[in-house]
Design a protein around this ligand. Structure first.
Ligand code: HEC
Ligand code: HEC
Ligand code: HEC
Ligand code: HEC
Length: 207
């Protein structure tokens, strides 16, 4: 017969043995930094890459300040590019030719009319490019530069990866969505969405 007391001693002994057999006992490293250095000696970086997430998406590399990353190419995604196929002459003359509105599907809901109209971003004499507020041409692939003029805080956050979305997380090469992947430049506000709910009222009405 084993008494209750000696049973506790046996269990206690086993517990102490378990503690001692642990590979990295408490006293093995002098500090946490020592431990990290010792255990990462054989670590030579990770092979995780964002390439499989980028897939067939065509990207361009941009350098903005200290940040270098990829963004999706846009021109091939814009239905009515190249604009200059029709915009062969100044807007005034074009408007006379066709009574129908060419871009009837574009309804500008962005800033107040006093602040913004088509010519804020598009240049009638160089339609294949966007234009800055001071009249400098901006490539359609780099339209974030257009947005950055007025939305500098979102631009700063975006560069650092805090606004918008990285494609494939933080693995390298870093790739991020650009402003127009998420915001329609003509109607950029993202409406709030309510979670869909089971409509009990409608069910009652049908009964
Ligand atoms: C299929 C022909 C066609 C293509 C392609 C086209 N446009 Fe136009 N666009 C027109 C015509 C015609 C007008 C003038 C009549 C009007 O205002 O509706 C016009 C007018 C405009 C205006 C002035 C609108 C206004 O109300 O003052 C802007 C800005 C514009 N186009 C931008 C673009 C941009 C940017 C592209 C390329 C991404 C493009 N267009 C491609 C035919 C075209
Ligand atoms: C705030 C800047 C801004 C304003 C104002 C603006 N646009 Fe644009 N527009 C853009 C950008 C940026 C793109 C390219 C979007 C993309 O990459 O998909 C674009 C694209 C277009 C296109 C090509 C769309 C397509 O999918 O084929 C047309 C046409 C166009 N704009 C016409 C106009 C007209 C007409 C107005 C005025 C009613 C106007 N835009 C006002 C920034 C602007
Ligand atoms: C000339 C200045 C100017 C440019 C260029 C510009 N915006 Fe704006 N944007 C504004 C103003 C002004 C408002 C209205 C702000 C408000 O009502 O608080 C606005 C509103 C917005 C909003 C909605 C904010 C909200 O939640 O109400 C978004 C999103 C936005 N812009 C994105 C963009 C993107 C993307 C681009 C580039 C394609 C762009 N803007 C280019 C001036 C600009
Ligand atoms: C991956 C998608 C995505 C990208 C890329 C993105 N945005 Fe946004 N942005 C959003 C969403 C979603 C909101 C709405 C946040 C909310 O309602 O709280 C937003 C909100 C905004 C607003 C409204 C004010 C605010 O901060 O809530 C502005 C202005 C804006 N974005 C500008 C930009 C500009 C400029 C760029 C590019 C430099 C950009 N965004 C890139 C998704 C994106």
């Amino acid at each position: 017969m084993i008494s209750k007391k000696s049973y506790i001693y046996v269990l206690g002994g086993l517990f102490i043995m378990m503690l001692l057999s642990c590979k990295h006992g408490k006293g093995e490293y002098h500090s946490l930094t020592d431990k990290i250095e010792a255990e990462s000696k054989n670590y030579h970086g990770t092979s995780i890459s964002s390439e499989s997430y980028i897939g067939d998406m065509e990207t361009i590399e941009i350098i903005e300040g200290e940040h270098t990353f990829l963004i999706p190419e846009r021109k091939s995604q814009i239905t009515s590019f190249e604009c200059a196929q029709c915009h062969t002459k100044p807007l005034k003359e074009l408007k006379g030719v066709d009574v129908k509105k060419a871009h009837w599907d574009i309804n500008l809901v962005h800033a107040k009319e006093k602040v913004m109209n088509c010519a804020t971003c598009h240049n009638g004499n160089d339609m294949n490019n966007l234009q800055s507020l001071t009249g400098t041409a901006i490539d359609f692939n780099r339209s974030y530069q257009l947005c950055a003029q007025c939305h500098s805080s979102q631009f700063e956050d975006w560069k650092g990866g805090a606004h918008g979305k990285n494609i494939g997380g933080w693995s390298i090469p870093r790739a991020a969505m650009t402003c127009v992947n998420c915001h329609n430049p003509h109607k950029p506000k993202i409406e709030s969405r309510w979670p869909s709910r089971f409509n009990t009222q409608k069910v009652k009405e049908r009964e």
